[in-house]
Write a protein that binds this ligand. Structure first.
Ligand code: GTP
Length: 596
């Protein structure tokens, strides 16, 4: 195809503003999918995505559309919708020349829309502002058109109005995409350079890699090279999705499509990498490649120890399709054999955990998530700590923690509540803007560790669900952080060690010691439970010794999650763990970790 007739675009939208519905409507209108065969939300292929209404993996679809009688090719590139996948979003955007900024006409701009809009601007995309759901009685298109126009600096009259549901305005929107989005430009005669913006594992075909050809052309049977690693492969198949995979002879400048090389692992075909020819290839990779870097770690343990090999196999399988997932074996005195697993963020953690439980039938317990710390000792040596129990002892010069730039949007009546929350989470305010009279955008720098710890829940409850949040990593800062250990009869319980700000150490110690006191059964002797920073005890509780006339009360504060876990435990024989001299049923540890 002549690049002048190609338009590559994506849709940026907050969750539930109708991105999938609009994409479906476009597929239908362009005749790519017939109404009869139309499955709801064609682009979202994973069950979890569908159930939870989130898009994790992006893909691309090619659609024909004629403008003023000239047939054009539209490539719609789907972007993942969640904060944890910012890097993948940025690569999907980099494959486009324009984007549709889709906003619910009854809701207005939300934090996620804004964060992705900033990414689109960084990538110099042409932005087409669109209000969706104009069929809703609650829609306020004039109000939100003004908001959008104010935000991106256009005329309110230039904001398109559509209903993805009824199809109203969608044909005009496609015309506008052709009119406004620039055609891709590249060096057609140069050595091939294609950017990978997605990479998906398929059980039958191996890895399917999605690329945009920037320069030159790629053809079937050619030998290609991945520029970040130098690895070479043969192109077994090349083609486009429309919407099913359709093989072709090749892809030329500006085209978007897929490659199959027979590799079995997405880490051999990394998002952001540049594909070129093995022989006489390009010498300069396209900019912007980054290795995925896990930001949040958690220990994952099977509740039934005999599931350990199954957990290992399951993690191995998930990793085939998830270049950002890392893990290594770990043992805990309290929890047995498990894995230390690294994730891009909290949602990523949740999705992986849910897939392990649902698709692989595993019952798991996770330790509290922690971020990655950089520790410099007084003698100049440096450590990277991904597990609090490995925090070094001795003379520490400095501890650094990751920080994020957070964008929060809420009705202005909640400004005070949000500022207060961010304050208690060690945030520092970077700015505030009114989007309209009653809605405000707040920008904060916050330690990632504070967000990892139930920030979403706190934000939602303080703003009655009206606030939205998005964040991206921006680097690290030094902070007064200490490790708090929990000791049982003088012995450390590894799974409960935590790295916390020194001002919060006491509260953490008191909470965990109190929780364990309720959960640990009485022994023949008195068992002190202590929270300590190094050798300094900061909190103490005691499990009193068994006396004849007192029935031992084992577990307090039952809630359904705990009970479920305990019942599961009963199925097998009771497993006791020894922590020093103290015998503790494993479920006590599990219960202490699982409820809050
Ligand atoms: P995520 O995949 O979770 O990011 O959501 P999404 O942005 O893809 O939203 P989706 O297309 O799933 O739409 C969310 C809800 O809005 C669904 O219940 C749709 O039926 C509904 N919806 C989408 N477009 C319209 C519209 O134009 N009018 C009305 N009334 N409802 C719409």
């Amino acid at each position: 195809t002549d690049p002048a007739l190609i338009r590559n675009f994506c849709i940026i939208a907050h969750i539930d503003h109708g991105k999938s519905t609009l994409a479906d409507r476009m597929l239908q209108l362009t005749g790519v999918v017939e109404q009869r065969q139309m499955r709801a939300q064609y682009l979202d292929r994973m069950d979890i995505e569908r159930e939870r209404g989130i898009t994790i993996k992006s893909q691309a679809v090619r659609m024909p559309w004629a403008a003023d009688g000239t047939p054009h090719v539209l490539n719609m590139i789907d972007t993942p919708g969640h904060v944890d996948f910012t890097y993948e979003v940025s690569r999907s955007l980099a494959a486009c020349e324009g984007c549709i900024l889709l906003v619910d006409a009854a809701q207005g701009i939300e934090a996620q829309t804004l964060a992705n809009l900033y990414l689109a601007m960084e990538n110099d995309l042409t932005i087409i502002p669109v209000l969706n759901k104009i069929d809703l009685p609650a829609a306020q298109p004039d109000k939100f058109a003004a908001e959008l126009a104010h935000l991106i600096g256009c005329d309110p009259g230039d904001v398109l109005r559509v209903s993805a549901k009824t199809g109203e305005g969608v044909g005009e929107l496609l015309d506008e995409v052709i009119r406004q989005v620039p055609a891709p430009v590249g060096d057609a005669d140069g050595p091939a350079r294609a950017m990978i913006f997605d990479s998906v594992y398929d059980a039958y075909r191996g890895v399917v890699t999605y690329v945009k050809v920037v320069d030159g052309a790629l053809g079937r049977r050619e030998r290609i090279q991945m520029m970040s690693t130098g690895a070479t492969h043969e192109l077994l198949e090349i083609g486009v999705n429309s919407p099913e995979m359709t093989p072709s002879d090749g892809l030329a400048v500006g085209e978007v499509g897929y490659l199959i090389t027979g590799v079995k692992d997405v880490r051999q075909s990394k998002v952001g990498d540049t594909v070129t020819f093995q022989r006489n290839g390009a010498t300069q990779a396209l900019g912007g490649y980054k290795d995925p870097r896990p930001m949040v770690f958690s220990g994952l343990y099977p509740i039934d120890g005999s599931d350990y090999p199954a957990l290992r196999d399951a993690l191995e399988k998930l990793q085939l399709n998830d270049a950002a997932l890392v893990y290594e074996p770990e043992t805990s005195a309290a929890l047995g054999f498990g894995f230390r697993v690294g994730f891009l963020g909290l949602l990523h953690l949740e999705v992986v955990r849910e897939r392990l439980e649902r698709e692989f039938g595993l019952d798991l317990i996770a330790t509290a998530p922690n971020v990655v710390y950089q520790v410099t000792m007084e003698d100049g040596s440096e450590f990277t700590v991904t597990n609090p129990s490995e925090f070094p002892v001795g003379k520490i010069a400095e501890v650094r923690e990751p920080v994020v730039r957070a964008t929060l949007i809420a009705p202005s009546e909640f400004i005070g509540a949000i500022m207060e929350l961010c304050q208690t989470r060690r945030g520092s305010m970077q700015g505030m803007d009114y989007l309209s009279e009653e809605r405000v955008e707040l920008r904060y720098t916050l330690p990632l560790a504070e967000i990892v710890f139930d920030f979403f829940d706190a934000l939602k409850s303080k703003t009655r669900g009206y606030a939205s949040l998005d964040y991206e990593p921006t680097g690290e800062q030094a902070a007064a952080l200490v490790k708090v250990d929990i000791l049982l009869h003088g012995d450390k319980v590894d799974a409960f060690s935590a790295i916390v700000h020194k001002d919060k150490a006491y509260a953490y110690g008191v909470k965990m010691a109190g929780k364990l006191r309720e959960l640990i059964p009485r022994q023949q002797f008195e068992v002190p439970i202590q929270a300590a920073i190094g050798s300094r005890v900061i909190a103490r509780e005691t499990v009193r010794a068994i006396r004849k006339d007192v029935l031992s009360k084992c577990y307090g504060g039952d809630i359904s999650r705990k009970r479920k876990l305990l019942e599961k435990q009963k199925e097998g024989k009771k497993r006791m763990k020894m922590v020093g001299r103290v015998e503790v049923p494993q479920e006590a540890f599990i219960a202490a970790l699982s409820s809050d």
